[in-house]
Design a protein around this ligand. Structure first.
Ligand SMILES: [Fe+2]
Ligand SMILES: [Fe+2]
Length: 123
């Protein structure tokens, strides 16, 4: 799976998964990634992004439980794998930024899009 990375890197309607709260969180993830990109040596910016990623994943996973999303186990594993990879990053460089941007875009388009139908009606 490979979806094109928007340049400049920002949310657009093609990322709409059909749930307002999740779309808002995805928008914020784009913004926080840009913030890390612009402040590469700022540990607080990196922590803010990681903390928000964890918060966002929990928001999705709680919804999977409530709505009994069939693919919740493998989706959660994808989240856990990303947190493990991101937590192991020692310094922010071009490769890290490219990896995180690509992960977010491909995860939203390839995986998050798949729960739209199940979570319909959630705000
Ligand atoms: Fe997401
Ligand atoms: Fe997700």
């Amino acid at each position: 799976m490979s979806f094109s990375i928007p340049e400049p890197f920002s949310y657009n309607d093609s990322f709409d998964v059909g749930v307002d709260s999740i779309n808002e969180q995805h928008k914020r993830l784009f913004d926080l990634i840009n913030n890390v990109d612009s402040n590469r040596s700022d540990a607080a910016a990196v922590k803010e992004l990681l903390d928000y990623v964890v918060f966002h994943f929990k928001h999705e996973e709680d919804a999977f439980d409530r709505f009994n999303f069939a693919d919740k186990v493998s989706h959660k594993k994808t989240h856990d794998d990303f947190v493990a990879q991101a937590s192991a990053v020692k310094e922010i460089n071009d490769d890290v930024i490219a990896f995180v941007k690509s992960w977010l875009v491909n995860h939203i388009m390839g995986s998050d899009m798949q729960y739209g139908e199940t979570l319909r009606g959630m705000k």
